[in-house]
Design a protein around this ligand. Sequence first.
Ligand SMILES: CC(C)(COP(=O)(O)OP(=O)(O)OC[C@H]1O[C@@H](n2cnc3c(N)ncnc32)[C@H](O)[C@@H]1OP(=O)(O)O)[C@@H](O)C(=O)NCCC(=O)NCCS
Length: 177
Amino acid sequence: MGRGVTLTGGLALRDVDPHDLPVFFTFQQDPSANFMAAFTAKDPGDRQAFDSHWERILSDPTVLMKTIVLEGRVVGSVGKFDMLDKPQVTYWVDREFWGRGIATVALAQFLAVYRARPVYASAAADNPGSIRVLEKSGFVRQGMEKSFANARGQEIDEVFFVLERAQAGEDPRNAQH
Ligand SMILES: CC(C)(COP(=O)(O)OP(=O)(O)OC[C@H]1O[C@@H](n2cnc3c(N)ncnc32)[C@H](O)[C@@H]1OP(=O)(O)O)[C@@H](O)C(=O)NCCC(=O)NCCS
């Protein structure tokens, strides 16, 4: 994906720039966003841990992360990492911009470029916003397990999703593995 591709209504995905990281760090300071995401950093306020995490993922060839930009403003991130050799999508939107369809559009556009299928996702069972984004994007619920959630300090239900095949308009022959 090239830099600054216009998606829709001023929303764009581009490569993560080092200048985006302090902005992402501020997003993860929001207590309600952390509670919602649940499977978060142990200490969201630990800048050193945050920097090491991003240094690691940006140099990992199996990770593909994009910055979500709305009319020139960094409003979130979307991407994919591998867990047990399975690609998993992830996304985070600045709380100020929730409920405008940003995660849904950003994920759709990400999945139009990252075309390997199946692709997986998970969310806390009590994160209806994230679950709704996945369902709107064609992901299907696979199952549920108890997992430890740093933001809750305990095990909670985690729901697992899969997107099995290309959606309308996607060409599976272009799949990247
Ligand atoms: C989850 C998150 C990415 C959603 O971002 P967003 O840009 O607000 O998402 P969208 O606007 O595209 O879609 C949200 C959908 O969830 C619905 N929703 C949100 N909160 C809801 C709730 N409490 N109950 C039911 N539905 C809810 C919205 O109505 C919308 O569905 P609709 O289009 O059918 O109305 C955002 O809240 C976030 O970043 N949260 C913190 C990090 C996180 O949880 N990341 C995901 C980890 S799995």
